[in-house]
Design a binder for this molecule. Structure first.
Ligand code: IMP
Ligand code: MG
Length: 426
């Protein structure tokens, strides 16, 4: 991926998240100097299987396992308590983190009151959020009343800011009829306790990325969630609260869009979604269950069973467009190894007429009917393939069809969870 003309690469999810970005970032991070998370927060769950151990990362960039220097960008909403739990967990397993992880002083903090608000809203709105306080933290950010990492430098001001926010949150929680309110003293203590650990990691992250690129280093910008969960481009309101698409990488890492050289979209060879909202190619229960079992499709953050269905080329074509994807990484091809036939959605019918893109409104998305094309399966294990030529011809034909439908070249194919189970298409 990285080369003389490619120093800055964005990796994004091109479906509804859980496409296998953690694995792809881990593989690419071998050649990256810097890995930057740029949006989302503790809602993400990125799984890395090194072959000798499995790591699930929520807030720390997946590049940490390969030893890259990792940054949490300004676009991320950071839950400091679970961040340090995650960090301590890595240290306990022998991962070197010292001088390898830094946080933008412009990143906003997710505090316990945000989680209470998320849960109280969820009880009414039923979006199927992860309950990690993501939406309320972004609301505070855009309402210009958030608490940023850098705010902790002035302990007195931070304490006042947090007290004010907790009081306002409690008014809202009362209105929502929440059973539990936030505690001011507890929040003050939390911020006081975390500041001495957080502040030494706080930096001007955008500047660090800029200077690394100036020196000709390789930078990987790691997205979380997927294009169809983007607050602008996703299946609104069943979306997350950040810009998961490649444009978010520029804003959330603190660099200009001209600094980005390539955008790799990660897609599963089929489709999953966790949480509520439309999923046009959702399979009937028995097939969904079969895919779920074969693919281990349970949320890495919440453990919820993921909804499963067939590859949706309308979704991926849309993701190619809104992200400006320059390549695809197709993951979990091996999960389809036992199917005799594999349906692929090539377009939608909306009220009897062909419709070639993702409609904006839920009502129309709910009414689309996928048009399927059925491709032959290969009924052969693919987990040992390391070159395209190692794959059975029907599996190669399947990949060819996906890239034609998506209108974007396949650059990587993942055939298992392990780091070594990857094909780089040359
Ligand atoms: P939130 O991000 O917790 O507010 O949840 C909003 C929606 O995004 C819900 O449907 C979640 O299930 C979904 N979501 C959030 N993070 C992830 C993720 O990392 N993978 C897949 N879905 C996610
Ligand atoms: Mg995930």
């Amino acid at each position: 991926m990285f080369g003389p003309k490619t120093h800055c690469v964005v990796v994004v999810g091109a479906q509804w998240g859980d496409e296998g970005k953690g694995k792809v970032v881990d593989v690419l991070a071998e050649r990256a100097d810097l890995v930057v998370r740029y949006q989302g927060g503790a809602n993400a769950g990125h799984t890395v299987d090194t072959g000798t151990g499995e790591f699930v990362l929520h807030q720390i960039p997946s590049g940490i396992i390969q030893g890259a220097v990792c940054l949490v960008g300004n676009g991320v909403v950071l839950d400091p308590e679970t961040f340090f739990q995650e960090l301590d967990g890595l240290v306990a397993r022998g991962v070197k983190v010292e001088h390898r992880i830094f946080i933008s002083d412009r990143a906003h903090l997710t505090l316990p009151y945000h989680k209470l608000l998320d849960q109280a809203r969820e009880a009414r709105e039923r979006l199927g959020t992860t309950g990690r306080g993501i939406g309320p933290t972004y609301e505070d950010k855009y309402g210009r009343r958030g608490v940023r990492v850098g705010d902790l430098r002035d302990a007195g001001r931070a304490a006042d800011l947090v007290a004010g926010r907790v009081a306002a949150a409690n008014e809202m929680l009362t209105m929502l009829g929440a059973r539990e309110l936030a505690d001011v003293a507890e929040h003050r203590r939390l911020v006081e306790r975390l500041a001495p650990r957080l502040l030494p990691l706080a930096i001007d992250a955008g500047r660090v990325v800029y200077e690394a690129l100036e020196r000709g280093e390789s930078v990987l910008l790691e997205g979380a969630q997927g294009a169809l969960l983007d607050v602008d481009h996703g299946t609104y309101p069943y979306v997350t609260s950040s810009h998961t698409t490649a444009g978010g990488a520029s804003v959330g890492a603190g660099i200009g869009p001209t600094a980005i050289d390539a955008v790799l979209g990660v897609v599963k060879a089929y489709t999953t979604r966790v949480g509520n909202g439309p999923l046009p190619t959702e399979a009937e229960p028995a097939t969904a269950e079969r895919i779920r079992k074969l693919g281990g499709e349970f949320g890495a953050t919440t453990g919820r069973p993921r909804r499963c269905g067939w590859f949706d080329a309308v979704v991926v074509r849309y993701a190619v467009r809104v992200n400006g994807l320059t390549g695809l990484a197709v993951t979990k091809l091996d999960v389809l190894d036992t199917f005799a036939e594999i349906p692929v959605c090539v377009g939608y019918l909306l009220d009897g007429e062909a419709f070639d893109s993702m409609p904006a409104d839920l009502d129309r998305i709910d009414r689309v009917k996928p048009i399927y094309e059925t491709l032959p399966g290969w009924r052969q294990a693919t987990g040992a393939a390391r070159r395209l030529a190692d794959l059975p011809p029907p599996a190669r034909a399947y990949l060819d069809r996906l890239q034609d439908l998506a209108r974007c070249p396949v650059r990587y194919v993942s055939v298992g969870t392990r780091r070594d189970q990857i094909i780089e298409v040359s």
